[in-house]
Design a binder for this molecule. Structure first.
Ligand code: PLP
Length: 384
C-alpha cells in the first residue's frame, strides 16, 4: 500500500536544500545563500512580543487576526501604496506570506486550472499550485527584459484554462521590479482575459530607485488582485511568522474558511510584535534599507569588476549575475564555489528555467564579508 499521496510525491524537494546541508558540514563559509536579513528584529518590536507573553496575551486571536493590527495594515497600505483594503472584511493576518501563498492558491484554483508563474520565482510557487491540483506554467522574465513581465510573453502563455498569474516584485531571486507603466501594460490583458492576479509584495519596502507600485492601486486590477505582504523582510522578523492577505470581500471570505481550519490564527505574540513594528519601527526599517542599498552598490560593482555581468537589482536583497561566461552550469558553479572557495550561493536554476546560467547571491551579510566574498569568487573564476 502506498501511504504518500500522489500530489505530495509530485512536488520536488527544494533545489537549494542540498547546498545548505553541505554548508552545515563546513567551516569559514561566507553564506550568500539564504534569503534572510542579517539584522536583529528591532528591539522595541521584540519587547512588544515579550510583553504580550508577560501579560498573558497568549490565547488565540480572532481568525482574521487582531483588529488593531488589521486597522494599522489598512492605514499603512493606503498611505504607502494607495491600495484600499477594509480591515473588517478584506484583510486576514497569516502565518507569514508562506501561508498566504498557499491560502490564496487554494482559494481560487480548481483542479486542472493553469496558473502562470512569473519565472524565476520563490521556490514555493509551483509546489503550491501542484498541491492545489492546478498546473503551473512558467512565464519567462529573463535578464534581457530586465526580469519583468512583458505583454508579449504574457499573451503567449494565456490559454482558455488560465486562471491566475502569480508574481513577486521586487523579485526573489532577480531583484527586478515592475514599475507603474509595466503594470499598466499587463493590466488590460488580465482584464480582457478575466484573469486573477496574486501579487507577493514581501520586498515592497526594499526598493532602491523610487517607491514600490502595488498592482491593486491600479483601479482595473483591484477587484482581481490578491495582495500578500508581511513583516519578515522589512522588519527582520523571519522567525515571527506573520504576514497578511488582502483581497476583495468574496475572495477573503472564502480564504478565511480555509485559514480558520488550517491555521486558526497567526501566532498571537507575533501579531502584537507586528503592531509595534507598524507603529514604531519606521526608523529602524529605513536604516536597514539604507544599509542594503550600500551593500548592493558595493557588491554589484565588485561582481562586474571580476567579470560576472550583473544587472543592478532595483529591489529586494539579491544579486543575480550570469555565470555563463565560465562555461559551468549554475549547479556546478555553486557547488565548486562552496567546496573550493567557501562561499555559498544558490544556483539560479533552483528558481525556475529562466534562472538557468545565473547564481543568486543574497547581500544580507556585512560589507566586510561581501568584500571577502567578491575576492573569493574572483579567485575561483581565475582558477577555472
Ligand atoms: N515570498 C517570497 C518571494 C520570499 O522570498 C519569501 C521568503 O524568502 C517568502 C514569500 C516567505 O515569506 P514569509 O517569511 O513571510 O513566509
Amino acid at each position: 500500500k502506498r501511504y504518500v499521496s500522489e500530489r505530495a510525491e509530485m512536488i520536488p524537494p527544494s533545489g537549494i536544500r542540498k547546498f545548505f546541508d553541505l554548508l552545515l558540514t563546513m567551516n569559514d563559509v561566507i553564506s550568500l545563500g539564504v534569503g534572510e536579513p542579517d539584522f536583529n528584529t528591532p528591539w522595541n518590536v521584540s519587547v512588544a512580543g515579550i510583553d504580550s507573553v508577560e501579560r498573558g496575551a497568549t490565547a488565540y486571536t480572532s481568525n482574521k487576526g487582531l483588529e488593531e493590527l488589521r486597522d494599522l495594515i489598512s492605514s499603512y497600505l493606503i498611505s504607502r501604496y494607495g491600495t484600499s483594503y477594509d480591515p473588517q472584511n478584506e484583510i486576514i493576518i497569516t502565518g507569514g506570506v508562506s501561508e498566504g501563498l498557499d491560502l490564496a492558491v487554494r482559494t481560487v484554483v480548481d483542479p486542472g486550472d493553469e496558473v502562470l508563474v512569473a519565472d524565476p520565482c520563490y521556490v514555493s510557487y509551483s509546489p503550491c499550485v501542484t498541491l492545489a491540483g492546478g498546473i503551473p506554467i512558467t512565464l519567462p522574465c529573463p535578464a534581457e527584459d530586465e526580469f519583468r513581465i512583458t505583454p508579449d510573453t504574457l499573451m503567449e502563455k494565456i490559454t482558455r484554462k488560465t486562471k491566475l498569474l502569480m508574481m513577486n516584485f521586487p523579485n526573489n531571486p532577480t531583484g527586478g521590479v515592475m514599475k507603474q507603466g509595466d503594470l499598466e501594460a499587463i493590466a488590460d490583458i488580465l482584464v480582457d482575459h478575466d484573469l486573477l492576479l496574486l501579487s507577493d509584495e514581501i520586498y515592497s519596502e526594499l526598493t532602491y530607485e523610487g517607491r514600490h507600485v502595488s498592482p491593486a492601486s491600479i483601479d482595473s486590477l483591484w477587484e482581481r488582485t490578491i495582495t500578500l505582504n508581511g513583516f519578515s523582510k522589512a522588519y527582520s522578523m523571519t522567525g515571527w511568522r506573520v504576514g497578511y492577505f488582502c483581497a476583495p470581500p468574496e475572495i477573503t471570505a472564502a480564504a478565511l474558511k480555509i485559514h480558520q481550519y488550517v491555521m486558526l490564527c497567526a501566532p498571537t505574540m507575533s501579531q502584537y510584535a507586528a503592531v509595534e513594528a507598524l507603529k514604531h519601527a519606521e526608523e529602524a526599517k529605513d536604516r536597514m534599507v539604507a544599509e542594503f542599498r550600500m551593500r548592493r552598490n558595493l557588491f554589484v560593482a565588485g561582481l562586474n569588476r571580476i567579470g560576472l555581468p550583473c544587472h543592478l537589482p532595483k529591489g529586494a536583497f539579491y544579486a543575480f549575475p550570469s555565470i555563463e561566461s565560465t562555461g559551468l552550469s549554475d549547479e556546478d558553479f555553486a557547488e565548486r564555489l562552496l567546496v573550493e572557495h567557501q562561499v555559498a550561493v544558490a544556483p539560479g536554476s533552483a528558481f525556475g528555467p529562466s534562472g538557468i546560467g545565473h547564481i543568486r547571491c543574497a547581500y544580507a551579510v556585512s560589507r566586510e564579508d561581501l568584500d571577502e566574498a567578491v575576492k573569493r569568487i574572483g579567485e575561483f573564476i581565475d582558477s577555472l
